[in-house]
Design a protein around this ligand. Sequence first.
Ligand SMILES: [Zn+2]
Length: 117
Amino acid sequence: MHELSIARSMLDIVREQMARHGAEKLRSLKIRVGEMTAVEPQALLFCFEACTKDTPLEGAALDIEVVPLAGRCEECGTEMRIEGYSAQCPACRSASVEHISGHELAIVSMEVDKTDA
Ligand SMILES: [Zn+2]
């Protein structure tokens, strides 16, 4: 499953960051997921919970922000929301549209409990 490998790789990053900062408990994780990644937020949430169960990360809240696919016309610079995955500039009808968002898959922030060192 697509979402399972995403959840796993995100948790790898989270664990690495937590180890580096001496954090003990993950409170919440905020991620940004582009529409074009075809990630199903509910499925990702399910995988996240499954992957964190019985680990120190269990109980962390996952906040998923879905970023819509948007583009910019390479001819006139008009920015637009792209629907149906085929883009045409609404201003000049050019089909040369560059995607400017919608492909991201990133950790935005994480909130942890630290041990006092
Ligand atoms: Zn245009």
